[in-house]
Design a protein around this ligand. Sequence first.
Ligand code: ARG
Length: 455
Amino acid sequence: MWGGRFSRKPAEIMQAINVSIGVDRRLWAQDLTGSEAHCRMLAAQGIIRQEDADAILGGLAIIREEMAAGTFPFRDAYEDVHMNVEARLAELIGDPSGRLHTARSRNDQVATDFRLWVRDACDEAAEGLKGLQRALLVQAEAHADALMPGFTHLQPAQPVTFGHHLMAYVEMFGRDAGRFADARARMNENPLGAAALAGSPFPIDRHATAAALGFDRPMANSLDAVSDRDFALEALSAAAICAGHLSRLGEEIVVWMTPQFGFVSLPDDLTTGSSIMPQKRNPDAAELVRAKAGRISGSLVALLTVMKGLPLAYSKDMQEDKPPVFEAFDALGLAVSAMTAMAAALTPNRERMAAAAGAGFSTATDLADWLVRELDLPFRRAHHVTGATVKRAEEMGVDLGQLPLSEMQKIEPRITEAVYKVLSPEASCASRTSYGGTAPEQVRARIAEWKARLS
Ligand code: ARG
């Protein structure tokens, strides 16, 4: 490509460190789309002749077929996808191919291709998350009133419903999808036409290529257009946050599936066995979803580190932008799909969860609230009385609901029989009717809202 200035071919090591075709070949569709838009614009502006444009578009169409069929001859000698396409175009159509790169540089070309790719990746991630949310909604609706322990510090805290717990993740994944949509909206500007860094002396129409490529407008500064990768960083940030959410649900499934918890089970086809221990059923998929967070947030850190301190405009460092982005979005797609399959297939053990929901004095707060409401105790006093009551129940080896009234009255004489009504986990959940609370009617209301939003 630059043989005019050079008299020696690149050393083997030069080519080895420089080559990116193994990675950026994934941009082939975006590269062809960008080139077609650029070519049409050049012809429309009278910068190249229409017959040359037609020849170029014909050649690009053949290349598109070769790419789709997997017969395109990728060659390391041509460094990257842009030069591979251009070299192939020259083989296919000869001289007119040399006019395609008028008023364009690989710098704005790669910035455009990559933006188009990341834009699609954001759309796909948001779509995938909707599928996961739908799977969770089905489970949440079926188990909107299924009792389970709610935890803080992984210690029994207050009873909640399984539906309520799953809906917490529906909210998180909803925000994740929103972050991908926000990132998409901000990145949707066209770098093409920034050329190498300073813009072009040709009468190009950047608004036309922007419209052709589905961008909202051209980027307003040519230096910025070719030198920033904040759009990829933003997408990776959204991916890393989302992966964190996925990893938390993965962890919960791992814990819930232990025989000690026994809250949920997964079918044979979504678990694995052990080569030595015949009794085992391992939640490998949930563990791997949990682990993908490492790879995905690692990708974010990798690109943040590549970009920091780079002077304007383009530096070859930026070729290292693609591996982390591809790796992160591959991992995210896999994690979301695996989690969707698990969410759809998991079977809660309602009896076991309900039994656990009442354990650990989980309705102690309900007792304290009752003392405030019925006996007009200040909450701090009620907290103290309840603590003493829990202590007594613990000594006697019973739950709060089984502690005889006489024992309670030794601590607070005004407690009456009526207190037992609030001490069951059912009553505890049913009472939490504040907006967003765990009462089944609240949970069902949120489910209905999400179903409407996702339909
Ligand atoms: N393969 C390069 C990349 O991914 C394309 C841009 C090359 N630009 C340059 N000035 N050498 O960044």
